[in-house]
Design a protein around this ligand. Structure first.
Ligand code: ATP
Length: 290
């Protein structure tokens, strides 16, 4: 039996750091949004007693360091279900190390796929608990939609969905280190906080322009990605209602009301950065496909 799960990427419509916690983690305030850019994770029981993994992108590890592999291990450990062997194959479309939670999405899809393949029938809460041992974004990726994510990102509260729109994602080539980004925020003084109440008010009012105008991410104040300036300029030129970096970057997203604006913007951005996608907000993080 083969179970195929679509795993959605996420963007951060808003990201603020509230404080540094005593354990070194950071308390966050984020509005997360699933978008229609998917990896596909296929799970097959093999009867070999082993976990084997393959990935369509050879730049990613296909061994026990892959987050999907770790998710499978964590699933069997947490449930006590005997691993009679699984093959995990990942078809990668979400750019990695991009601020789009691609690895967390694969881990979440693996947990859902294994739950289905073994007929475990775990509750979402139990999957969250296993997911959180793998990464703070995994609980969101299991659930998806539009969520306020607090504490380290695992405390999820549904908020009104972002009104339908077209989202352009552009990933600059420059890599950023998430650890370094947090370090820079810790040592920075006078970081300007995004308008959190305004964002919730705009979502409650189903006001796309209002929400788009307020998108904000404190990491933008400490992480310099030179291409970001030209990407944002192009997005505004093509009519973006708002644009911002996602997570610790470097991907920049722009929100558009009209598809033709988004498509034209994406076309133009392809001459600046190699990885550009047009997608839409979606209501689920992981979807089992027939
Ligand atoms: P976030 O938004 O949660 O910070 P990200 O988009 O910055 O995530 P990921 O795509 O999750 O980052 O990848 C981070 C690192 O994790 C990569 O550099 C990669 O080596 C490693 N990794 C392990 N497994 C995977 C996977 N299945 N997909 C992507 N990256 C993976």
């Amino acid at each position: 039996m083969r179970v195929s799960v679509k795993a959605a990427a996420k963007i951060n419509l808003m990201l603020d750091i509230i404080e540094r916690l005593p354990n070194g983690y950071h308390s966050l305030w984020m509005v997360m949004q699933s978008v229609s850019l998917y990896d596909t994770v296929a799970i097959e029981r093999t009867g070999t007693g082993k976990i084997v993994l393959s990935c369509s992108d050879s730049r990613l590890p296909a061994d026990e360091t892959n987050l999907a592999f770790k998710a499978a291990r964590a699933f069997f450990e947490a449930t006590g279900i005997v691993n009679d062997g699984v093959a995990i194959s990942i078809e990668k479309h979400i750019p990695f190390a991009a601020g789009l939670a691609g690895g967390s999405a694969d881990a979440a899809a693996t947990l859902i796929g294994l739950d289905h393949a073994y007929g475990a029938g775990l509750r979402l809460r139990a999957l969250h608990k296993i997911g959180l041992t793998l990464g703070a974004d995994v609980p969101f990726c299991l659930q998806g939609g539009t969520m306020l994510a607090q504490h380290i990102g695992e405390l999820l509260t549904p908020v009104p969905e972002l009104p339908d729109c077209f989202i352009v994602l552009a990933k600059p080539t420059q890599g950023v280190s998430t650890a370094e980004a947090y370090r820079l925020c810790d040592s920075a003084s006078n970081l300007r906080a995004p308008d959190k109440r305004g964002m919730l008010d705009a979502l409650l009012a189903e006001d796309l322009s209002g929400a788009a105008r307020l998108v904000g991410n404190v990491f933008e104040q400490v992480i310099d990605v030179p291409e970001r300036i030209s990407i944002k300029a192009a997005m505004r030129e093509y009519g973006a209602l708002g644009c911002c970096m996602s997570g610790s970057g470097p991907t920049v997203f722009g929100l558009f009301e009209l598809e033709e604006q988004a498509l034209a913007c994406a076309e133009s951005l392809r001459s600046i950065v190699p990885e550009v996608f047009v997608c839409r907000p979606v209501e689920e993080g992981c979807v089992i496909t027939p």
